[in-house]
Design a protein around this ligand. Structure first.
Ligand code: ATP
Ligand code: MG
Length: 475
């Protein structure tokens, strides 16, 4: 069918569909009573080579709210370990793969929905996404993206005019449908399901597909499966370090929420920390604090270990165990580099000359933030705003003007001396630039999200939300 709607004329590639029906169910989208476009991601349009000026609101609504003139929609099948227990009753219960499309970078991307209606995996639930849930996912993914975290993006959010009932939102609450733009919707749990149903043939076929598309540099190697697992370990360790440094707590690191590309996605009960509280646990239903802030690296590692079971049908578990052992080194290296950048230091130079001093500085900084429980983001924003070249010449000037730390100033003496020593070795302009690019002024802590949700809920005022989004672009 030819149409004027640019979304319907894109060259969708049936990459996953071509694997055959063992991996998904063909489903239909729900019909919604209303369609109001609340968010469109013009950055992503450009990534696809589309001119935002040429794309209208109607184009978005027809394609991603009414789901016109396109098929098949594929609800992907998967299982997963949820809070440590194996759950075979999962799968896309409120979403489907809408289509796969190449970006201008030559990479293949997925459009996947959330809130588009029931599927064979909805169990007793409604297949819907609340408007607030959609807004929270937009804010998380946009914030993380601009903080340099590898993440899925929201492509569109359309309010759909239904009333939904939820235990964790005042109900009835408003409904929406989202389209997400991600590297892949194949999850660790996609492999776990194939292992549970005893289909090693399908595991190998899917693995070949994953390597061909997402790890093509290994495609011709004889040990490509092991190379893939090793790189996935590294990508996941880097992702965990990215979350930890920006103070993000995902909150539901179940294996069905872990991407086979090492990208972050599924922003449900997540929260950014406000202080360096290692036990911070955003999900109220996480009774044992399994997914607390500080446990994220070890949970990612545990998930990678569970993935060894399905992969053991094509790979030696002993070799995978050796690869998994590289997790800690990659995690600590990435975390250290990112934290030094937050302190305005050149992480590369620190590696070569001052490894001991920088490690000590980092330990002192983290100890201070943990003991005092002063604002994590406020502290780093304060470095950004108060920095002056005097800090490089005289330790006494460091944060001297800061009311935030005034009462703790004495505790910071050793820290100041060490910081000054390391700052001396760099140009003030470079330090200032690093402090600026690694420490955002706006962080979407819970109060910040509530502050933009309230005007929407009370008087349908979207302005604060759009302003907050704009501020995330220029952290
Ligand atoms: N409202 C709902 N209706 C139907 N199924 C749901 C609903 N909410 C969650 N599920 C299903 O419950 C399981 C776990 O949900 P989870 O919140 O991790 O994923 P999700 O947020 O729905 O989707 P994604 O992981 O793609 O972001 C999945 O199988 C999901 O499809
Ligand atoms: Mg999920």
């Amino acid at each position: 069918m030819t149409t004027a709607n640019p979304f319907l004329n894109l060259d969708y590639e049936p990459a996953l569909e071509s694997l055959g029906d063992d991996y998904f169910d063909r489903v239909a989208a729900a019909e919604f009573p209303q369609h109001t476009l609340r968010f469109r991601n013009d950055d992503v349009l450009q990534q696809l080579g589309l001119d935002p000026q040429q794309i209208s609101e109607t184009d978005f609504i027809e394609a991603f709210g009414q789901f016109q003139a396109r098929e098949p929609f594929l609800a992907l099948r998967y299982h997963g370990y949820q809070f440590g227990e194996y759950n075979p009753w999962l799968g896309d219960g409120r979403g489907f793969l809408y289509g796969q499309i190449r970006g201008t970078d030559g990479e293949l991307y997925d459009f996947g929905t959330k809130g588009s209606g029931t599927t064979p995996y909805s169990r007793t639930a409604d297949g819907r996404l609340t408007l607030k849930g959609g807004i929270r996912e937009i804010l998380a993914s946009e914030a993380l993206h601009h903080l340099g975290v590898k993440t899925s993006r929201c492509f569109s959010l359309i309010e759909t005019g239904e009333k939904l009932w939820r235990g964790d939102e005042p109900s009835p609450t408003r409904s929406s449908v989202m389209v997400r733009f991600s590297k892949s919707h194949i999850r660790f749990g996609t492999f776990e399901r194939l292992y549970a149903i005893k289909r090693p043939d399908l595991i190998q076929k899917l693995l070949d597909h994953v390597i061909e598309i997402y790890y093509p540099h290994f495609d011709n190697l004889t040990d490509k499966y092991l190379q893939f697992y090793t790189e996935l370990v590294q990508r996941t360790a880097e992702l965990a370090a990215q979350w930890m440094s920006v103070g993000f707590c995902h909150a539901v690191l179940n294996t069905d929420n872990m991407s086979i590309t090492g990208e972050s996605f599924d922003y449900g009960p997540y929260a950014f920390i406000e202080t360096l509280d290692l036990n911070f646990t955003p999900a109220y239903f996480d009774y044992f604090r399994r997914y607390r802030y500080s446990n994220q690296p070890s949970m990612c590692k545990w998930n990678l270990e569970m993935l060894q079971r399905p992969l053991s049908t094509v790979l030696s578990q002993t070799e995978m165990a050796v690869s998994l052992d590289t997790f800690d080194k990659t995690y600590h290296g990435t975390y250290r580099r990112r934290m030094l950048q937050k302190l305005g230091l050149d992480d590369k130079r620190c590696d070569s000359f001052d490894a001991h001093a920088t490690d000590q500085l980092l330990t002192l900084t983290l100890d201070f933030l943990q003991k005092t429980q002063i604002g994590y983001h406020t502290f780093f924003a304060e470095l950004r705003h108060q920095f002056s070249s005097l800090w490089c010449t005289d330790a006494g000037h460091i944060l001297r003007e800061s009311s935030l730390i005034a009462e703790y100033s004495a505790q910071l003496e050793t820290w100041r001396q060490l910081y000054n020593q390391l700052l001396q070795k760099d140009k003030p302009e470079s330090i200032q630039q690093r402090l600026k690019s690694h420490n955002p002024c706006t962080v979407i802590t819970r109060p910040t999200i509530e502050a933009v949700w309230d005007p929407i809920a009370i008087e349908n005022n979207w302005q604060p939300f759009y302003e907050l989004l704009a501020s995330l672009k220029n952290p």
